[in-house]
Write a protein that binds this ligand. Structure first.
Ligand code: NAP
Length: 248
């Protein structure tokens, strides 16, 4: 297990997953980014200082055919792929009655369609080598709802169903497919929502463990699921949410 490709590796959860994989001994990493070249370069430099060979890959998941092509090139460049982390994701919030086609399609394309078609591209070499790990980053919003996110909820619900279905198809080939469902994690994605919630009396009080999650909380699990030790775990959706999803 030493060749990995991560989407959305420039910032937030994806950048920390890259670092945790390198701490665990991944030697060959391709870091996907879209707009944030400078941030991606910093993550790559950090990982290289810690012993990995890292290449950057500009990849816009809105253009799925191009994204598949870039992943294919990345696989050739690394000489294979052991781990694919479908981490990149977006929100385009709007109340249901105001939800337009663009917002629906862009969120479904990036959060769900891209994750499937990149997985399909990675599966070919993984099936050949009879070994592989696919990790999808879902969200608590697949199971619990609040206003304004029908598109995001549908994308993550679909991602979780796809994770289970794909896991069953490829399990006999030594490939595991799992999803992580983070709760509230401190990244740029949640900054506006954090501010709104803070104004309503404090976000921490809604989370059983009493704190907002950190990117490392998610990244540690991603690194474990990527390891050889996790070979008997597949088709699972694992929450990393400080108990938020089980609170009455
Ligand atoms: P973030 O800080 O906003 O980072 C998003 C990442 O996705 C960036 O690296 C960005 O790349 C990449 N990205 C966005 N649009 C892209 C596109 N069209 N093509 C390729 N890459 C694209 O988000 P985050 O909080 O780390 O979220 C990471 C994942 O966790 C997402 O799937 C999100 O839904 C999920 N999640 C997050 C939370 C949370 O509380 N933060 C909770 C549940 C689930 P560039 O910056 O290079 O454009």
């Amino acid at each position: 297990m030493d060749k990995a490709f991560i989407t959305g590796g420039s910032r937030g959860i994806g950048s920390e997953i890259a670092k945790q994989l390198v701490y665990k001994g991944i030697k060959n990493l391709i870091l996907g980014y879209n707009n944030s070249y400078t941030e991606a370069k910093k993550v790559a430099d950090y990982c290289m200082e810690h012993g990995a060979t890292v290449n950057l890959c500009q990849i816009n998941l809105a253009n799925i055919e191009d994204a598949q092509l870039k992943l294919k090139e990345a696989i050739t460049q690394m000489g294979g792929i052991d781990i694919l982390v479908n981490n990149a994701g977006i929100t385009q919030d709007s109340l249901a009655l105001r939800m337009n086609h663009d917002r629906w399609d862009s969120v479904l394309d990036i959060n769900l369609k891209a994750a499937f078609f990149l997985s399909k591209t990675a599966l070919k070499p993984m099936i050949k080598q009879r070994n592989g790990r696919i990790i999808n980053i879902s969200s608590i919003i697949a199971q619990k709802s609040r206003g304004g996110q029908v598109n995001y909820a549908a994308s993550k619900g679909g991602l979780e169903a796809m994770t289970r279905a794909l896991a069953v198809e490829v399990a006999s080939r030594g490939i595991t497919v799992n999803a992580i469902a983070p709760g509230w994690i401190d990244t740029e994605m949640t900054q506006d929502q954090d501010n709104q919630k803070q104004g309503q009396g404090g976000l921490e009080s809604t989370i059983p463990v009493g704190r907002i999650g950190q990117v490392s909380d998610v990244a540690h699990l991603a690194a474990f699921l990527s390891s050889a030790e996790a070979s008997y775990i597949t088709g699972q959706i694992i929450a990393v949410d400080g108990g938020l999803s089980v609170r009455i």
